[in-house]
Every structure is written in C-alpha cells, then in structure tokens.
Design a protein around this ligand. Sequence first.
Ligand code: ADP
Ligand code: MG
Length: 598
Amino acid sequence: MTKFEELGLQDSLLRAIQDMGFETPSEVQEKAIPLLLSEETDIVALAQTGTGKTAAFGFPLIQKINADSRTTQGLILSPTRELCLQITNELKSYSKYENINVVAIYGGASITDQAKQVKKGAQIVVATPGRMQDMINRRMVDITKIEYCVLDEADEMLNMGFYEDITSILSHTPEDKSTWLFSATMPREVSVIAQEFMFEPKEITVGSRNSGSDSVRHEFYAVSGRDRYLALKRLADANPDIFSVVFCRTKRDTQSVAEKLIEDGYSAGALHGDLSQNQRDLVMKSFRTRQIQMLVATDVAARGIDVDDITHVINYQLPDEVETYTHRSGRTGRAGKKGVSMVIVTKSEMRKIKSVERKIQKKFEQKNIPTGIEICQIQLFHLANKIHNTEANEQVNEYLPKIMEIFDDTSKEELIKRMVSVEFNRFYNYYKNKRDLNQPKGNNEDRGSRGKSNEHSTRYFINVGSKDGYDWMRLKDFLKETLSLGRDDVYKVDVKESFSFFNTDNDKKEQVLAHFTDFKVDGRFVNVEESTNSGGGGGRRRRDRDGGGRRRRDGGGNGGDRRRSRRSENKSSSNGGRRRRSDNGGGNERFRGRSRRK
Ligand code: ADP
Ligand code: MG
C-alpha cells in the first residue's frame, strides 16, 4: 500500500496530514498528487463523491504556491457556499505549517469584507462562480496572474447553470495556467469544458466512469403518485435506525414533506434555498448531531452536505438529470460504509429507472413497500432488541423493590409481552387496517398505469402546453394553486406542445370545470374541458401520446381554431391509436410517437 510519504509531498504537508489522522492516500490522491507535483499539466480527474478529491488537488496546490509572494496564484471554483467553505477550511488545515492565506468568496455574505481579505494577500482564492464574477466586475480581485485553476465538482457547477460564469471567469486568467478539473461524473457539458479550456489534459479515473459507488445498493418502489408520502413513511418505519436524506424536486415539496413528517412524529427537517442561511445552518447542525433523522432537501441545498454514516438516500421523486441521481446516491455509502439509495416511482416513471441503470451501470432491485403488518413485525423486533441491549440505569435500583411488587403476579413471558406492547401499540393501531401501497405488477412493466381504477378519476384537456413554458411539474403546481387543491389531487399531468392533460378525482370535477370558465392568464383564455380520453390506463396514455404526434404533422392553423381542430383530432386519434396498437405492437408505436415529437 502506498504511503503519503511516497507521493513527493514536502514535510510540512506530511505533518499536517498526520495531524489530520489520514493514514493512507485514497486512490484519486495516489494518482493525482505525484502527477500534479511533477508536471505542469491540465488534468481531468473523475472520482465519486467522498473519495478525497479536495486533498488530491489541495496538497499539490499548497506545495506549489509561493508563500513569499502575496499574488493570487491559485483559484478554486466550487458550486456552493457550503463546499466553498468546506474546501477553504480543509486547505487551511493542510497549510497549517505554511504561511499561506486561503480566502473564501461566496454569495450571501458581505462582499466588501471578502474584498478586504483578498486585498490583504490571498495566494489561494476559493470561490463560487457567481460571486467570483461579481468581484471581477467590481475589480475587487485579480486573477490575471494565477498559475493554477481548479474546477471542483465541475459537473455540479454546470448542472447549476454556471457555464457562462465559468467561461467568463476563465477568460480573465492567463493562457498558460494549469487547469485541474475534478468531477464525480463526466456528462457532455464537462467534456465540452475540457475540450475548450484545457490543453491535452491527462485523465485520471477512479472506479468506472459514471458508475455509482459500489457500496450503494439501488432499490425502487412502485406506487401510485398519490401514495408517495405514505410510501415514504413506510420506508422510514421499516428502517427504525434510518439516518437519511430525502430528496424532493421542488422547494415547496421539500418544505411540505418535511412539515408532514414532523406533524406525523418523525424527527425531520427541511433544507432548501428559501430558508435563511441561519435556518439552514441550524438544520444542518441538528442533522449532524442526529437530532434530525430525516433531512428533506432539494438537490441544490444538499450539495454541500458532507455527513458520513447516512444510511439511506430516499428519492421522493426522481431527478430530471441522471447525473443528479448519481450525486444523490453518493451521499450514502461513504467512508467504507454500506448505503441504500431508494427511489419512489410511479409506473409512468419506471422507464426513467432504466435510463439511470444504463448510466450508472448498476441494476436496481424492485422492492415492495412493506405492508403494515411487516412494519409492525420489524418494529416489534427492533423494540425487543432495544430493550435487550439497553444498559440498565442504576438510578432505578431504589425503586426496584416496589416495582417488583407490582409485577409479582406477572410471569416473565407476560411481562415481556406487555412491555413491548407499550410502544408497539402505536404502530399496530396505525397500520392494522392499512392497505397495500404497491402497484400491481402487470406482465409488462411499461404498460402505463393499467390496473389503476379509472371510474373515480376524470381526465381533462387544458389549452396550455410546453410552448407556454409548462412542464408537468409547473403545470401541476399551477393547477394546485389556482384550484387550491392538495398535493396529490392533480395527477397524471401530461404536457404536450400546445395543450396538456391532467386528472383529478371525480369529486373535484365540478370545482375544476367551474373554475376555468372565463379564466384568463396574461390576457389569454385558459380553457379546461373534460377529455374524452378518460378510459383505461395504459391505452389512454398511449393515445394521448399519439395525438401529440399526429398534431405535429398537420402543423399550421392559428389561435383558438387551431386548438379546437387539434382537439377533435386528438379525439379521433384515440381510435387510431387503439387500432394501431393492435397492429404494430406497443413498443413500436411508442418509439414512433417519441421520435416524431422531437
Ligand atoms: P470528495 O471531494 O471526493 O467528495 P472530500 O475531499 O470531501 O471528498 O473527502 C471526503 C472525506 O474524506 C473528508 O472528510 C476528508 O477529510 C476525508 N479524507 C480525504 N482523504 C482522506 C485520507 N487519505 N484518509 C482519510 N480520510 C480522508
Ligand atoms: Mg469535493
């Protein structure tokens, strides 16, 4: 096994490493450090989260910095304030035996204070792209003489839309600097950066490209969209010692899931961008100290999280980007521990599981949401073990004789029975009559939502679509809000180019239709009508899709008229869709529908 001493690091760094308690270099460190120390080269290093990338660039950077000069020589760009501070702190401890100033530059704090620190002489600047750009514009920082530029978590930065900022920042740096790019994954956007801004970069890959960490098991659970929250609760209840991050897509979902969990008695907390920095710090502190067992977070807010021992990552919803999934699941299975990444999906999202599988080159295991009775069993044994392993408190001794008297007439067996019942009753009473949440498995997974009863549900047509800026989430949010409906009252939202479909339960029908009489948004009538396509599961979805494709071919037309003609077409295409399905088989038709929409 290679030792830190063999990598070419100077004594002061080796001493700092010893102080930090690092014993052997991680793989990415072992590969990157000697290379960066011995050559002036650009590199692209790909390694999972938690593999020690900070030190992989941090040690060589510190060693290469000239401490006698006050010029800014190294720039590190990182996606979030949290990471920025984390890197800064790490670099400070690496360089404790050197005279090097590391200054953090990030949004949400006083820019003048940061400028002052830079002015004092910052050999290394660690910055988020937005604030960095800002300070460059205000001439508060000079990066025209840097020798090293590190792009840390490059994929995250690009995910977050920092491409423009990064290219603009790089344009202020010297041509002949070395660029070190670190990333957990290698999406196309990252290779673009590597191609455009780097010169013959050496590549370091730890583990296989894009693959999730081996210590993480991937599971998915298929439920009806309206049962997401109940499913989440069951997953938590079936894992009594859970210490997890629950990822939601929107701030609003994040907040409301956390609130519901708290209401339902879980130790949960929300972490998202609408909270003040102070609130976020508090939540993170409670999480780190395990006062919070379930941290419900958005992807952006969770980026800085560096907490080991997370047992489960729960994808309350799947993210849009497969890369994001990799980051989510990388929060668990760190530091040699095992972790589980669970995904709650609806039937219509199942194909996304396939594309994640392809990307991470790992198979998901489809698991069942535990039934009420299974949860009761798990909790019962958990409780029994807990009692068995509890260290007795000597303080109770003086009361023991009296207590023994109380139990004088009770056998050991009876006593145990009653003892576990005390807590068990809570679960039992909650779960005793609860239904199975699992979606019935059809013989073909891709069959859409077959099996879900449709008698209780109404399908609507609405004359807004993707060209009005809606995707299914936005449209769902819009509908929930204008109709003052609950989280799960609007479902099966299917957005086409200029119109969309959605469902509610029948009992909401009057309310929905009444609300959208003479309803205008931005001066335009938004019209909702009951769709004729309220028929059976999988077939219906496919017909909708087919309608979309057909419409495109005919093109043309204007305004309301166009809409009407499209609609009636969509109606008639219902039959076409059905006919063709039996002619050609489902897969074929789906493929055509999709490619046509492009
Ligand atoms: P990454 O940037 O790859 O996600 P980090 O650099 O944040 O990972 O490191 C993850 C954790 O591992 C940190 O707590 C860091 O202090 C620790 N660490 C890094 N290198 C080593 C090492 N060689 N030995 C022990 N711990 C390490
Ligand atoms: Mg990192």
